[in-house]
Design a protein around this ligand. Structure first.
Ligand code: PEP
Ligand code: MN
Length: 306
């Protein structure tokens, strides 16, 4: 692993390392990188229309700026694909969890659920953020989302870089848990060099030899937040404490720490009944915890960003 040096700044990621004030990105009508910390809240997976409507209302009532929700999930194993399951509020029988659906069927359900999310976002005035997994779905996804999320597994996915950079839509690019900041800045430069300047960089935990609990997958690299602000001062910085901690008991503290450390946005998962969430039931916050956390975030924001 190499330190970031002057040669990098001049030759490897000059656009990303550009000097100057933070350059805000518009996500729909919301500002990322402005005075207010942007809060992006929502479920890990979009489970039904009623679910996303209920969550969008709670997100808005609590003061979030944007709605998150995944349809394309980067699953570790091929089974239990959420897009293979009927909507949570339908009476259709569930499929065999081991059934792997053809991509065209996946895409149909994905588009239907993205429609729910867009409707929820419009109803409650929340721009929408969702993960892109397949480069071929950019034209479809683009119709429904205000910001593409690129997951940690895809930090250097060249198909996604080419397809997403060509849209000029905002991108929330997550740092892979095994990648240095230097590499993240390089990935960012790939987007910027292809003409998309609307990139925000997201810290979501790094791996270390052991973590605090066996199911806490990684350690949130809080220091990455001031480091990104130092090396890429114009680029908005996002923190994802849900996936870094993978433990709802740790999410509020890590969220507050990231805002205090200078994050321009936080993305976290909320759910009406977290333990029943289709994916990531361990990290989602219930609405009450979310509301309290929002008050604390705004108080910290007033101290560190005034
Ligand atoms: C997510 O945001 O739900 C997600 C799967 O993200 P990550 O790429 O950080 O795992
Ligand atoms: Mn998740």
């Amino acid at each position: 692993m190499k330190d970031i040096n002057q040669g990098d700044i001049e030759n490897n990621f000059p656009l990303t390392a550009r000097k100057g004030e933070k350059k805000p990105i518009m996500v729909g009508d919301q500002v990322l990188g402005g005075k207010e910390v942007m809060i992006i809240a929502g479920p890990c997976t979009l489970e039904s229309k009623s679910q996303i409507m209920e969550i969008a209302k709670a997100a808005k009532d609590g003061g979030a700026n944007c709605l998150r929700g995944g349809v394309f999930k980067p699953l570790t194993f091929p089974y239990g694909e959420p897009l293979a399951q009927p909507d949570r509020d339908s009476n259709e029988p569930g499929r065999d969890r081991k059934e792997v659906l053809p991509l065209n069927e996946i895409l149909q359900t994905a588009e239907k659920r993205l429609g729910y999310m867009k409707e929820a976002g419009e109803k409650y005035g929340l721009p929408v953020v969702s993960e892109i997994l397949y480069a071929s779905t950019v034209p479809m996804l683009e119709k429904y989302v205000d910001m593409f999320q690129v997951g940690y597994r895809h930090m250097f996915n060249m198909d996604l870089i080419e397809a997403v950079a060509a849209t000029n839509k905002p991108v929330l690019l997550k740092r892979h848990y095994g990648e240095s900041l230097r590499s993240l800045l390089g990935a960012c430069e790939h987007y910027k060099a292809r003409g998309n300047d609307n990139i925000a960089l997201c810290e979501r935990g790094i791996t270390v030899p052991h973590t605090h609990l066996t199911n806490s997958r990684s350690i949130l690299d809080i220091q990455a937040i001031p480091a990104l602000n130092h090396f890429a001062p114009t680029v908005p910085v996002v923190c994802d404490p849900s996936h870094a901690t993978f433990n709802r008991d740790f999410v509020p503290a890590m969220t507050k720490a990231s805002v205090a450390a200078g994050a321009d946005a936080v993305i976290f998962e909320i759910h009406p009944t977290p333990e029943t969430a289709w994916t990531d039931p361990l990290n989602a916050l219930d609405f009450k915890t979310y509301e309290k956390l929002m008050e604390e975030i705004r108080a910290i924001q007033d101290i560190v960003r005034s």
